[in-house]
Design a protein around this ligand. Structure first.
Ligand code: SF4
Length: 473
């Protein structure tokens, strides 16, 4: 039964020049932890469930150095430790693949992320990718992405990835400006980064993607425009435009507080950069594939990122890797030694599992629509309940008044500003779905004010599917 909706909290005034007081970063993060009674049994049951093709995420929690903006640094690279880690990773993949239910559903996309996967040796990169290919039911057109950074990703490693089936590289760039890069902990200078990406794209054997961050301390409009224009000039297949997330207490936040670095971009600055980047790419013929992601060639499918946002099932391997099964988010033990010990015992090293969010599929449909930038009213009604889109008319009118959307007869199209605030819009819709279907009262903290639950770096928790995989080593 539909319940009446109250919109007061969504109509609260915002600071001048911006649509909301704060941005929500993880609208999915409202789930109850499931007590870890028999997690292995629960995991086994979830694996046996029918459904669509799955995804697979592999986590490599090693980095050559701790980038200033990043809160996901875990372990320093160490050749012996990484080799031992890959031994366990391969063992975990093989053990999972033998469980009932795994072979029944194809894997349509694989993402090797971190940390810094490209820090592994060529041999270990090949071993991990070969294990995925040998043990998991990869679809014939499976998207296989390897994340990397410029420094240390040599030709032997790239060949090893390609020979083992990688068909997409996602390279962490953040900015091409050498001074800015060095300040953030990036070793390679502009010339090296450009040469690396050009050479990788020129091989023509894989889609080449890079990510850029706006809002970095000391970044000017001119630097940002040059960064976006450089992606276009280098002939890449895709690019992500991410907003810096500055977490209180992070090394970057502390450096800014101490005055060692200039302030990060504020919301008006960041919105301007996002809009500018979108305009530049659109004018150059790029296609917007999601809120933050753009493709230039058909080779860029963005499949893994798109499906994780929908809450698709995702297998997960490695210390700290996060997966999703039937709406249950789970995470492996993040401590490498503990992870290896459990894998050696033949256990699936799950450390935590969260109950599915209410109406997981409806939320996934909403996120997918917002990622695409268009809320189709019929799709919204189909995902929630007939009449829901019409009941949201006051909210949609307010979004239009704030410049977040433009109305059509059958859909609401988000403007660039709406896409910039899309997680905040999603959080509001999630609450209103529950209010409409259950009469649930939204939580006390309004979505437009209060503390900012931001995570450091432009990327989401490094090992959670569904968080856009703006992970960039
Ligand atoms: S940005 Fe990437 S390479 Fe840098 S510390 Fe974070 S995970 Fe490691």
């Amino acid at each position: 039964m539909a319940h009446p909706l109250v919109f007061d909290r969504y109509l609260a005034p915002a600071p001048a020049g911006q649509a909301f007081a704060r941005r929500v970063h993880h609208p999915w993060m409202d789930r109850r932890p499931v007590p870890l009674a028999d997690p292995d049994g629960r995991y086994a049951a979830l694996l046996r469930a029918d459904g669509d093709p799955r995804l697979a995420y592999v986590h490599v929690p090693f980095c050559a150095n701790h980038c200033l903006f990043c809160g996901f640094y875990r372990n320093r690279t160490d050749d012996a430790a990484m080799r031992r880690y890959v031994d366990h990773l391969v063992r975990e993949i093989a053990a999972d693949a033998a469980r009932p239910g795994v072979s029944a559903r194809p894997v349509s996309a694989v993402f090797l992320g971190g940390g810094t996967p490209s820090a592994l040796s060529a041999e270990d990169l090949h071993r991990v990718l070969a294990a995925l290919r040998d043990h998991l039911p990869l679809a014939p057109d499976c998207e296989v992405t390897v994340e990397g950074r410029v420094a240390g990703f040599d030709a032997d490693k790239i060949d090893a990835c390609l020979d083992a089936g990688a068909n997409r590289f996602s390279i962490g760039i953040q900015s091409f400006d050498t001074r800015l890069r060095r300040r953030m902990g990036r070793k390679a200078a502009r010339e090296e980064a450009e040469a690396f990406l050009s050479a990788l794209a020129a091989r023509g054997r894989a889609a080449v993607i890079c990510d850029l961050i706006y809002g970095l301390p000391g970044q000017t409009d001119a630097i940002w425009r040059d960064d976006v224009a450089t992606c276009d000039r280098l002939g890449l297949d895709g690019v992500d435009l991410y907003c810096l997330s500055l977490q209180p207490g992070s090394p970057l936040a502390l450096s800014i507080e101490k005055g060692a670095l200039p302030p990060a971009g504020d919301e008006p600055c960041n919105l301007g950069r996002y809009r500018d980047g979108c305009d530049t790419l659109a004018a150059a013929g790029w296609t917007r594939l999601s809120q933050a992601h753009w493709g230039r060639t058909p080779r860029e499918r963005n499949r893994y990122n798109r499906l994780t946002k929908r809450g698709a099932d995702c297998l997960a391997f490695g210390a700290g890797a996060g997966g999703m099964l039937g709406g249950h988010r789970f995470m492996n033990d993040g401590d490498v030694a503990a992870y290896e010990a459990r894998v050696a015992l033949g256990e699936k090293p799950i450390a935590a599992m969260l109950a599915p969010a209410a109406r997981h599929a409806a939320r996934g449909a909403v996120m997918d629509a917002l990622e695409r930038g268009s809320l189709d009213f019929a799709e919204l009604d189909a995902a929630v309940e007939p009449g829901f889109a019409a009941a949201l008319a006051p909210l949609f009118a307010e979004w239009r008044r704030r410049g977040l959307a433009e109305a059509g007869a059958a859909a609401l199209a988000l403007t660039a500003e709406g896409r910039y605030w899309y997680n905040t819009l999603a959080a509001a819709l999630f609450e209103l779905i529950d209010a409409y279907l259950d009469g649930a009262v939204p939580p006390a903290m309004p979505p437009h004010g209060g503390a900012r639950p931001r995570h450091p770096g432009a990327h989401p928790p490094a090992s959670h599917p569904g968080d856009s995989h703006a992970r960039h080593p």
